[in-house]
Design a protein around this ligand. Structure first.
Ligand SMILES: *Cc1c(COP(=O)(O)O)cnc(C)c1O
Length: 366
């Protein structure tokens, strides 16, 4: 606390990222990073950009990221005008909250932003930063997002927007594209942001719905399925009017969110389709095996379409399991709130060896 802080800063409660421990030899299954390295083409592109003397770093990068946006557009059947890139999808999401999800009615009363009661904990953080009124909609008894509940809550509250991850975090459960289409059609006056951070691990992407739905924004990251959490690149896709709103905010904040190395590295990752297919296939196979092994140990595992599983053991508290794993040098994520998930662990799918180490440790613990 300081008298020099602006009033807003006093009110913030910042997001707490998963721990990045400095200790070597840990089995790190707590922040949903990809266990495989990025495409070798990423390193080659970054080295080529640096050249022999790194002289190019003297020059600013392309503020409109044209080459990267063209590459993303080509990969997804979009036009470059339908693609926005940012410094990690967290930055893209932040701009979307400010540009598209902060609305008031004709009398000046705030229109709430809807999201699930159990979801990505950055959403409430952005609401506080931008003065948006959140309204949470409970997941059903099987931890699924129910579109009918979102529609009813949006109509009853005159919502100004809806956001959720698909598959949801930290549950890993996805909903069908047809359900998202039903939501978009039912709420034509609301922007719906679908955060597809984990979509490449088995859920249906909403990207094909963009052409017919001016109220849809889809957000992706290269941190998970492209193994580039350290490079900080994410993108949003939507009709050009939505993208233009994001560009207006970006150019009022930082014209160069992606540096030269991130631009070329991200483009190389997008273009190496074979590497992407191979690594995401390996993660999906490890996940299926992990789910089976956890179930055999008595865990209740939610059906996952992500690169993590969300599981609880009926006979063991979540905090105790997390601590027992930590004593065996395995780090997983545990959320104390809301109450309903206090006994769950969110476990990132690692390499086959890491998954085996986890299962062996849990076998000893339970
Ligand atoms: C990991 C994650 C992000 C953020 O990804 P970055 O691109 O690394 O900022 C966004 N949304 C959800 C749901 C995530 O899990």
């Amino acid at each position: 606390m300081s008298r020099f802080w602006s009033p807003l800063v006093h009110q913030l409660s910042p997001y707490v990222p998963g721990e990045q421990p400095k200790l070597p030899h840990l089995v790190k299954l707590n922040t949903n990073e990809n266990p495989y390295p990025p495409s070798p083409a990423v390193q080659a592109a970054i080295q080529a950009e640096l050249g022999a003397d790194a002289a190019r770093l003297r020059l600013y990068p392309d503020p409109s990221a044209s080459a990267l946006r063209a590459s993303i557009a080509a990969a997804h059947g979009l036009t470059p005008e339908q693609v926005f890139v940012g410094n990690g999808s967290d930055e893209v999401l932040a701009h979307a909250f400010m540009a598209l999800l902060n609305h008031r009615d004709a009398q000046g009363a705030p229109r709430p932003l809807l999201y699930p009661d159990i979801t990505y904990s950055f959403y409430p953080t952005y609401c506080r930063l931008y003065g948006i009124t959140p309204l949470t909609v409970p997941l059903d008894e099987r931890f699924q997002i129910r579109v009918d509940d979102l529609i009813a809550a949006a109509r009853a509250s005159n919502a100004g927007g809806v956001i959720f991850p698909n598959p949801n975090a930290p549950t890993g459960c996805g909903i069908a594209r047809s359900e998202i289409e039903r939501l978009l059609t039912a709420l034509p006056d609301c922007v719906v942001v679908v955060d597809e951070a984990y979509v490449d691990f088995g859920a249906e992407s909403a990207l094909p719905l963009i052409a017919a739905h001016p109220n849809l924004l889809v957000v992706h990251t290269l941190s998970k399925s492209r193994s580039l959490a350290g490079l900080r690149v994410g993108f949003a896709a939507g009709q050009a009017e939505l993208v233009e709103a994001l560009v207006r905010v970006k150019d009022s904040f930082n014209s160069y969110p992606l540096d030269r190395l991130a631009l070329v590295g991200a483009q190389a990752a997008i273009e190496d389709v074979a590497w992407f297919e191979q690594t995401r296939g390996a993660v999906i196979r490890s996940r299926e095996l992990l789910v089976t092994e956890l179930a055999a140990l008595g865990f209740e595992v939610l059906p996952s379409q992500a690169n993590f599983v969300f599981a609880r053991h009926p006979a063991h508290a979540g905090a105790a399991l997390q601590q027992a794993l930590r004593e065996r040098a395995i780090i997983v994520r545990h959320f104390t709130r809301p109450e309903r998930i206090a006994n769950h662990l969110r476990i990132t799918v690692g390499t086959p060896a890491e998954c085996a180490a986890l299962v062996e440790a849990l076998r000893q613990i339970v």
